[in-house]
Design a protein around this ligand. Structure first.
Ligand code: PM9
Length: 466
């Protein structure tokens, strides 16, 4: 079935109906002005109660199904050898195809363990664009992240269909510079978050994996949004149209030695994650650290019920293609509305959210005055819609020079939680964005009043520059 509402005469609809609702409230503009001031112009520091439509993140904000809620009741809370762990292990083996499961409390727990077992001081870790927590753990382990994503990924207007691809020439140059023995692994993210939720192609991943094998370098996936990537492969890459996302996801993972996953995204739960590996020796080393930092190897920071709901979520996300079609269909619905209103967004429309190009919208604010941070705050004040800065504040400082990283992408992310909001909510969001863009010249730049040393975007505080 042609699911694109622009070319199809048929609409799509969510493959579920709503059984329980959670009230949300609209606040006044005066209330929101006070709230954003109290939050130091940082949307992470707002109280959720003061938010109307919460598009801060798709992480842990999913609505679980009735079967997941039922699964919670079946959680086995044994400290060791929980039945729920084995259900999770079965689900990861079936759906992702990795034999060795190392459960963690969430994605960054898995990143921490992986970085500590593989990276030595002085190593380089190439990756297809940085992710905040991923790079943080690589650097803490003494590694240097090197960006090897294709140039198109840094251009919000480029409509290249696979902006998440690894540039093999850039990767080869890193191998030449450091030598393969100083590159423990390449970190390949599926549906690259900081690039705007952009996929990589199967052909590119396969070629990257072949290059890794030639040089004895591991390829570790960040498979947090691999399902969304699989959907785009089905839509865009020749030869995949008749395959299910389940088959495509499994093939994606086959070109890797392991994966870190934040289960708070694709996997449809509110907490959880894992490191998955093929090599039993590597898994043994990971488990040995796990017991010090996360928990015993059969729970790794999750309760039995968390693992049970997660096992169900993993199976449910690939049961048919309908879930992912509707999930990305909703993101595209919002993106197309904004395109129709000439709002500059990252193209093509991403998998987990729509990314506003703050550099284009607030051209009068220099990057050192945090245009994306200011735009996210202005959007909140306009309508109570909460979004997230993904620009210079998120990029942080170079640990060696102390200078700000100045990413080409200065974005505000409107991230859509899975199975939570309706199209009417998307209409309200689009109207508010259009309103804020129309009065963009009223938005002022910001300066720090508090800049944390680690992952500064979470807890930083700002004030407007008058
Ligand atoms: N992503 C997000 O909102 C939540 C934290 S914001 C820094 O996009 C990838 C690709 C992610 C991710 C989290 C993590 C970390 C790893 N990789 O949040 O620790 O998008 O479960 O996962 C967030 P955890």
């Amino acid at each position: 079935m042609d699911r694109d509402p622009r070319t199809s005469r048929r609409s799509w609809a969510e493959p579920f109906r709503i059984k329980m609702v959670e009230p949300i409230t609209v606040t006044t503009r005066g209330h929101r002005e006070r709230a954003i001031k109290d939050a130091g112009w940082n949307t992470f520091l707002l109280r959720a109660e003061d938010v109307y439509i919460d598009l801060l993140t798709d992480s842990g904000t999913n609505a679980m199904s009735d079967r997941q809620w039922a699964a919670l009741m079946l959680g086995d809370e044994a400290y060791a050898g929980s039945r729920s762990y084995y259900h999770l292990e079965d689900a990861v083996r079936d759906v992702y195809g990795y034999e060795e499961l190392v459960p963690t409390h969430q994605g960054r727990g898995a990143e921490h363990i992986l970085s500590q077992i593989l990276i030595k001081p002085g190593d380089a870790v190439p990756g297809n664009m940085y992710f905040t927590t991923t790079r943080y753990h690589q650097e803490r382990a003494g590694g240097t992240f090197v960006d090897v994503i294709i140039d198109e990924a840094h251009d919000p207007a480029s409509t290249y269909p696979f902006k998440g691809n690894v540039d093999l020439d850039k990767f080869r140059a890193v191998i030449d510079e450091y030598g393969a023995s100083r590159i423990p692994y390449i970190s390949v993210e599926t549906n690259v978050n900081m690039a705007g939720g952009q996929p990589l192609s199967m052909a590119n991943l396969r070629a990257t994996y072949e290059l890794c094998r030639e040089h004895g370098i591991y390829l570790m996936l960040d498979a947090t949004r691999a399902l969304e990537n699989a959907w785009f492969i089905k839509q865009r890459e020749p030869g995949y149209q008749d395959k299910s996302v389940r088959e495509i996801l499994r093939e994606l993972c086959s070109y890797s030695d392991g994966a870190t996953v934040s289960s708070k995204k694709d996997n449809l739960v509110n907490i959880g994650g894992f490191l998955a590996l093929r090599d039993p020796d590597l898994a043994r080393r990971a488990r040995s650290l796990l017991v010090a930092f996360e928990g015993l190897h059969t729970y790794g920071g999750m309760s039995g019920r968390d693992m049970e709901a997660l096992a169900q979520g993993i199976r449910e996300m690939v049961e048919t293609d309908d879930h992912i079609a509707a999930r990305i269909g909703q993101v595209e619905y919002l993106g197309n509305k904004l395109i129709d209103e000439d709002v500059p967004i990252v193209l093509p429309i991403g998998g987990h959210g729509v990314f506003l190009d703050a550099r284009a919208i607030l051209a009068h604010i220099p990057q050192e005055q945090f245009p994306a941070q200011a735009l996210a705050a202005a959007l909140y004040v306009d309508s109570g819609v909460r979004s997230m800065e993904r620009g210079v504040v998120s990029a942080g400082r170079d640990p060696v020079t102390g200078q700000n990283h100045l990413p080409k992408l200065e974005l505000v992310r409107l991230t859509i939680p899975r199975r939570v909001y309706t199209q009417a909510h998307m209409d309200v969001v689009a109207e508010s964005v259009v309103e804020v863009v129309a009065s963009a010249d009223e938005v002022a730049g910001l300066r720090f009043t508090y800049e944390p040393e680690d992952l500064r975007f979470f807890l930083a505080r700002f004030e407007p520059i008058s």
